[in-house]
Ligand binder design. Sequence first.
Ligand SMILES: Nc1nc2c(ncn2[C@@H]2O[C@H](COP(=O)(O)OP(=O)(O)OP(=O)(O)O)[C@@H](O)[C@H]2O)c(=O)[nH]1
Ligand SMILES: [Mg+2]
Ligand SMILES: [Zn+2]
Length: 318
Amino acid sequence: MAKRRLSRQQKNRIQAAQQAFSASHDQKPGLVVSHRGGRILVELDATETIECKIKSNLGTIVCGDRVTIETTAQSEHRVMGILARDNLLQRVDGFGQVRAVAANISQLFVCLAVSPRPNLFLLDQYLLSAEQQNIDAIILLNKIDLAADERDPFGLQQIYRPLGYRIVATSATSGAGMNEFESLLIDQVSVLSGVSGVGKSSLTSWLLPDEKIKIAQISAANAEGRHTTRASRLYHLPSGGDLIDTPGVRGFSPFVDRDTPLALGFREIRDRGEHCRFHNCLHRNEPSCAVIAAVESGEMSVSRYQNYLKMLESGAGC
Ligand SMILES: Nc1nc2c(ncn2[C@@H]2O[C@H](COP(=O)(O)OP(=O)(O)OP(=O)(O)O)[C@@H](O)[C@H]2O)c(=O)[nH]1
Ligand SMILES: [Mg+2]
Ligand SMILES: [Zn+2]
């Protein structure tokens, strides 16, 4: 389309309108620290957090979003725009809908606990999802105080350390491992994710004792959690860095991009798959498959391979 030339009069009129807009509207940058229902909390600076409405058609806004705020003459705050995101962590809800969890994050803690017992299938889904979304994942095993043997109660170190994943064992009750956890948060924007009851809010509260953070009342030592946290919340840590506590969602599924080959989200399968006879090998029962050979020789974890097959069968990214 040919560029329309504006007359001097039109230009003046636009300029006047822009000046009038700036005068009547107060545009400020802000950081979304919480969003639940239609209620969005935006932090303007260290001392001011305001509740905002959203301009229609703006799309999803999540914790960690950098936004621009307009304040109307009636002192009503409104989110007018979302600045470009570095990344967006997504999940799939119990109804199969893709939902945004947090934006502009630098690392994801996949939180497990000694009780409720870790589900390694869910862990592998999380790791796959993080790998696909190019987000660094760290495995956190909380409630280590409840383990009879604190060294490696579920074989996580054995399976995941050779793949390059860091595993940190913590206890928000005894304080074990908390210094290591805290050091990993410095200058990062971290998200705590995991099923209800593993202690995400307890860990957050340990780091921020002055914040009023809701945690489950009765010890969920052997029971599943009660969905105590209802909305994600971003906190600033005294040691530098931000931490986002998220609700443990029932029927949670990490987001899996079905257009990307599943094997790309399993580090060891991705690497070994390069040595398969067929370039499009799915590592199920194909001849001369380097992945199957590695599982048979004990070089690769059987549980990881089984979880890969389970995801493949469910139709994720072939
Ligand atoms: N023994 C033990 N109990 C813990 C530990 N951390 C948390 N808990 C208990 O586990 C229960 C659940 O803790 P929360 O912090 O509410 O769990 P959450 O992951 O935030 O749960 P949702 O908000 O529902 O997703 C509470 O009763 C805590 O007291 C821990 O390290 N050791
Ligand atoms: Mg919680
Ligand atoms: Zn193969």
